[in-house]
Design a protein around this ligand. Structure first.
Ligand SMILES: *Cc1c(COP(=O)(O)O)cnc(C)c1O
Length: 476
């Protein structure tokens, strides 16, 4: 054995045992929180990491005592514990200005929706129980009634998400037959929802008509055969074709579908329940408009612009909705009680006419540049009083927020951004420090500046953001 190898062996012999490590002070401090068994697992990992590190630096190794190696293992254990603590579904401050941020859980919930989850649905609740008669009730009835009232549709149904809704509708209405879709609408929505793939899964055959940029009513008409089951319209959500384009109106397609005794199905994607034009979104017509225009069945997401929880909402004619409701796959895709509770509360905000005040995504969308500028200015003024000495530089610049969630890709509401630069730390480091804050703060980097958009930061989160920036100023 070479001298070096012998040296290594004696060092490795000094590594602590799992038993020794879990008895160390730092390990005992976290035992209650993680549980004894999991602590042993973390301890094994911590020692393994240290062993691997030692072997990797074979040449430059200096002899370490038992005590030193135990201390290093303890530190490894602690950092594994910290990493785990940061993982999972954890609250973050969204300072990115992306309102329906797909990676941050899409829509944050309204106060009444949160209350409905904690006060009602998280305890025993009358989910399928009729309190008037004491008999079995219908699951989701209240949400269905609200959806009918808000969209003007005859009937409504809720499933787990909009992708599930599309799959279910196409399976029930078109399995074994043909579905006509314009080539301009064969889109992929984030998270692997692809219209042609959903079609394949449903067992229906996709019949493409028109071209990418132009589709005429006569294209649809010519494609109708005795095997056609559905004409489908897909909201292109996350992308826009501009320039030399044409597509028939929903009314025209509906009229054609009905002449041919076919249902028109619209996958509306985001699904606005109120007119969002005043907030700069002109490509998101309200679901009620689709119903008025003659769509027979419409699906949309509950957690995009609607501002509630993950769910797929289906509205339309009773004849079709009932077929979907009775189909066995519906049972496999149904929504849970937490979703129903949050939907109920959110839809009631619309009914009261208070949606824009009460539902966070709409509230954020409706904030004006002037309001945001005022908020940013006040925040920065307070901050500058605290951070006048160290290396952080704070400016206010004009910029754009985004809708996100695969909606309205061309709408960029004007906003006021807090731009951060640092004498010695570059933007990537600033971004990382904020991301690793507790709670994590998610920012954007523009031109080597970290920017904070208060549009998506709740007012009650401002003090945590403030403390994090004060700390950032002292960071070196
Ligand atoms: C977002 C979207 C979907 C998928 O909705 P999920 O709720 O994410 O399942 C389907 N179709 C369109 C047009 C969409 O915009």
């Amino acid at each position: 054995m070479s001298k070096q190898a012998a040296n290594m062996q004696s060092i490795l012999r000094n590594l602590p045992s799992v038993d020794a490590l879990i008895k160390a002070e730092k390990a005992r401090a976290i035992e209650n929180e993680v549980g004894a068994e999991h602590l042993s697992k973390l301890a094994r990992e911590a020692i393994e990491t240290l062993r691997a590190n030692l072997l990797a630096q074979e040449d430059s190794l200096s002899v370490s005592s038992r005590e030193e190696l135990l201390a290093k293992s303890e530190n490894n254990l602690l950092s594994l514990y910290q990493q785990e603590k940061q993982a999972g579904v954890k609250h973050v401050i969204n300072a990115s200005g992306v309102i329906v941020h797909t990676n941050l859980g899409r829509a944050p919930l309204s106060e009444t929706a949160k209350q409905a989850i904690t006060e009602e649905a998280s305890r025993y609740c009358a989910l399928e129980y009729d309190l008037a008669t004491g008999k079995r009730g219908k699951r989701g009835e209240q949400v269905e009634e609200l959806l009918k009232e808000l969209t003007g549709a005859e009937d409504a149904l809720v499933v787990n998400n909009c992708a599930a809704a599309a799959l279910l509708i196409l399976t029930v209405l078109a399995k074994g037959g043909e579905v006509i879709v314009s080539r301009g609408e064969l889109v992929e929505i984030g998270g692997d929802f692809r219209v042609p793939d959903v079609m394949t899964q449903s067992g229906a055959r996709l019949v493409e008509v028109g071209t990418t940029n132009r589709t005429k009513l006569s294209d649809y008409e010519r494609a109708v055969t005795e095997n056609t089951r559905v004409i489908m319209r897909v909201h292109p959500s996350n992308y826009r074709i501009v320039g030399f384009t044409a597509t028939p109106s929903l009314e025209e397609i509906a009229q054609l579908a009905h002449e041919k005794s076919l249902p028109l199905y619209e996958d509306a994607g985001s699904g606005a329940l109120i007119d969002l034009k005043p907030y700069g979104l002109d490509g998101e017509p309200a679901i009620s408009q689709s119903i008025t225009a003659g769509a027979d069945i419409v699906s949309f997401s509950g957690d995009k612009l609607l501002g509630a929880v993950q769910s797929g909402l289906i509205v339309g004619r009773s004849e079709y909705i009932n077929r979907v409701r009775r189909f066995p796959m519906y049972r496999a895709l149904r929504a849970d009680k937490l979703a129903y509770a949050a939907l109920e509360a959110t839809l009631k905000s619309y009914l009261r006419g208070n949606a824009v005040e009460e539902i966070p995504v709409l509230k954020m969308l409706s904030m004006t540049f002037e309001q945001l500028q005022k908020r940013a200015t006040a925040f920065v003024k307070r901050l500058k009083k605290k951070v006048s000495t160290n290396g952080l530089r704070i400016d206010i610049i004009e910029g754009e927020s985004a809708i996100g969630g695969g909606s309205a890709p061309t709408t960029h509401p004007r906003t006021s951004l807090i731009a951060l630069t640092h004498e010695t730390l570059n933007a990537n480091i600033l971004e990382e420090v904020l991301r690793k804050n507790s709670p994590p703060i998610i920012t954007r980097i523009i031109d080597d500046c970290v920017v904070i958009d208060l549009r998506t930061v709740f007012e009650e989160e401002e003090h945590e953001l403030f403390s994090a920036l004060v700390k950032l100023n002292e960071h070196n």
